[in-house]
Design a protein around this ligand. Sequence first.
Ligand code: ZN
Ligand code: ZN
Length: 560
Amino acid sequence: MDDFIFVKPVERHPPCEGIEGGCTVCVQALPGAQADHQYVIDLGSRLGLGFQESKRQHCGQKSEYAGFQFDTVQGRLRVLPAKLPKMEECLQEWILSAFTTARALAKIRGKALHFSLGVHHLRVLVPEISLALGTESDPSDKKPEIDWDREVPTTDAMVELGRELLTVISKGAPLGVEMWPLHPSSLYGRFLRGRYGSAPLFVLTWDAGPNGYAGLLRWWGEGRGGSHELKELLLVGTWPADAEVQHQAHREILAACLATESAAQQVDLRNSVVLFRNDAEAAIAALRKGSFQSPVMHRSAMRLNRLLYRLEVVPRMWHVPGLALVAEGIDGASRAGGELGDECVDGVLGPAVGDELWEAINSELRRLGWSATIDLFATASNARCARYCSRTHEAGAERTDAFTMLDWSASDCPVCGLRHAEMVYAYPPTVMARKTVNKAMQDGARMALVVPLAVTAPHWQKLLRFSVVDNADRYLRVRNARASVRHGSPHDPNELAVFVCDFRSAADASDLSSVAGCPGAVARRVRGQCGGGRDEEDRRRLQEELLRLVAEDGPKGVQG
Ligand SMILES: [Zn+2]
Ligand SMILES: [Zn+2]
């Protein structure tokens, strides 16, 4: 045995500033503690134990051990400030030189792993170093096949990693971590009873299905009349077309990213604790500490870790049985439905045109020299443009609900700042066909539109009048809708019609918009996080735009 720490319990009392802050209860305990300390020293010398005077720490409320400070007043564990410069020096040296050795990198990894006990958002970065080294082994493992003195060139990616380690450590080290965190189940129990302390706490329970995910975010907030009430937000979304979702664990961990990104755009998560609940043990483990074994899971873990770091969210990961997710309705919402309201993944997947029909639409557009700038009724999984509006709130979508878009004929470009003409593509739910045609006309938009073939529908004549399709029908007829559409429903019509319309001459006022060759016309427009400065700016701009439109057209001119 070579280290001792003795604990003197202090009478239970409310949070205080400790002995340093002059707390009388804490100060009263000091003489007894000092007497006990002296007794141990005397006993040690009587027994000839040879305690080292130079290493002795005196009675206090902040002890130091193994490079950490144990702050028992604030209940926080922190890396000792004296240990930071050496680590920073190592990282600087690494990113400033063209080469390092495998041994030096392994040393950095060891330090980072140790530091991560007292620094949030650091643990997930550790496997990044292992991936760069190609092994999780350490020189102390004495594996002869590994040459620890070989040179490892410092790539751009490594410089980035070194910088990330530096910023995460320099921001997180002074803050430290909770010394006595509640077990997630106790935290959740207290949360449900509304008694979990003062820090904002969110609970995100999620589940992934073959086509998408569902998550339920819950928190206590102010209700009507200032009461304290449990709020909830259902998050439903589909897998983006390029997502790596072959395995269930890959889906679960990606769902954690997508659900959190969506939540962060709708609710101010900053500076909170988020309790993550999911039934996939492998996903929970990778979210806690990254994954050297699975690069796919590791990428998602890094993605969530970076978001939480930016939001200053402390994550608590909790593995719960799958049956709990079924009972709570989350499992159902991630598939074909359930008790959690109207939305479920399978309900928002379609209808969407198949590749063949999309190609037919595109060849018509190419003939006109047009190409679609935004898909108005889509999800991440079926969007035909990088820019799309979704039915549920998906983080990658430009908007939720195309009818909140003020103008379908043009939009302000976030890249160049100019106003670009839109060429919208729409396959609206059947019940919205008429409303879609009316708004496109009022806005003077250019549009490719998929609608049920219904020659008696009130909007049919309008479509014919403004159609620019070059055939006798003035529309493309889709005779077997079921074969051309994905994720349709039994209520879908048997035949569809594709119109390409130019409503520019139908609108009273047409904007002077430029198309130019600006990539901003078609590139994804990223929504800001809720509570960030950009979000407020967006809201202010929208409000101004709305007021301007009301002033120009009168209230009837504004849609949605
Ligand atoms: Zn005290
Ligand atoms: Zn632009």
